[in-house]
Design a protein around this ligand. Structure first.
Ligand SMILES: [Zn+2]
Length: 307
């Protein structure tokens, strides 16, 4: 069974950027004659708004996008995440870390690691060989050890739109966090466990997540999960040239009328390079017809054209 998913964080309503991700993943699932599931990535607990999840589902339904499976909430996945962490601990691939953010920065400075090169610089592996009496704060994945076991620290995978990708996770990221100091599950672990638990075979999401994929590949290997196929889609940029996001106050979508829905869907289709179906002096179209036209275009570009 082919299964795609759309996994928004319910921290607010959908905006133009999240509609692109929703539409792209829906079209891909339809083009592959598979299912499309919605999952609420509310693992961030406090930042998530209970009513936002309901609003997002309502917005999606106005756009003709309905989840084929029961909507899953990441906050209900604790047991699965705990099991995955214990599996990694049992394989000696996860270890507790006592470092504060400030200590990590000091360690990096001592080692001469540039803080500018990466937004969150490489963790230097300070606690890899024990806490030396300090209290555990977070749990980290032992990238160094897993790289040795698998014979390489380079992860290679192919993006269905962007082509071959390669990342040296050990050098560029280091031992990344699985469970945070505040007790919340890290995105990387949660998303890998959820995708596996839900049988997701095709992940379609925004390009800003492309460089997370190598880390997720390593976790999938270490946990004996299958790798889904990945495709990363273009982002909608705000006036400041930055990715449109809730953090930079993206406006909620206007879906107040059929015409508004058409305009929002046309904009999303246009970002994805699909035909906008716009005719002069007629910007209202049949949503079902549009979705089926876009599905055919998508199939020709990404499904039939694939080797
Ligand atoms: Zn540490």
């Amino acid at each position: 069974m082919i299964r795609g998913r759309f996994a928004p964080s319910p921290t607010g309503e959908l905006h133009a950027g999240s509609l692109v991700a929703a539409l792209a993943s829906w079209l891909d699932a339809r083009a592959l004659q598979g299912e499309w599931w919605v999952r609420m990535e509310d693992v961030d607990g406090p930042r998530c708004i209970v009513s936002a999840a309901a609003s997002i589902l309502h917005q999606l339904s106005l756009c003709g996008l309905h989840s084929d499976g029961e909507v899953m909430f990441q906050s209900n996945g604790n047991t699965l995440y705990e099991q995955a962490l214990h599996q990694l601990i049992a394989k000696d691939l996860a270890y507790p870390c006592a470092c504060t953010r400030k200590e990590i920065e000091e360690q990096q400075a001592t080692l001469g690691l540039s803080l500018e090169r990466h937004k969150s610089a490489v963790y230097p592996g300070t606690c890899r060989n024990g806490l030396h009496g300090k209290a555990a704060r977070a749990w980290r994945f032992n990238v160094l050890k897993w790289s040795q076991l698998r014979g390489s620290s380079e992860v290679q995978w192919t993006d269905r739109r962007l082509g071959p990708q390669i990342q040296n996770v050990q050098e560029e990221v280091g031992d990344f966090v699985l469970k945070r100091a505040d007790g919340l599950w890290a995105y990387q672990l949660a998303v890998v466990v959820d995708d596996a638990a839900q049988g997701i075979t095709h992940v379609v999401r925004g390009e800003d997540l492309t460089d997370n994929t190598s880390r997720q590949y390593l976790l999938q290997e270490a946990l004996d999960f299958e790798h889904p196929h990945y495709m990363h889609t273009p982002l909608v940029l705000g006036a400041n040239g930055e990715k449109l996001s809730k953090q930079n106050d993206a406006q909620a979508l206007d879906l107040s009328s059929p015409k508004a829905v058409c305009l929002a869907m046309q904009a999303a289709a246009s970002t994805l390079g699909l035909s906008t179906l716009a005719k002069p002096d007629n910007d209202l179209f049949d949503l079902d017809v549009a979705l089926s036209t876009w599905t055919q275009e998508w199939a020709q570009r990404y499904v039939l054209a694939s080797p």
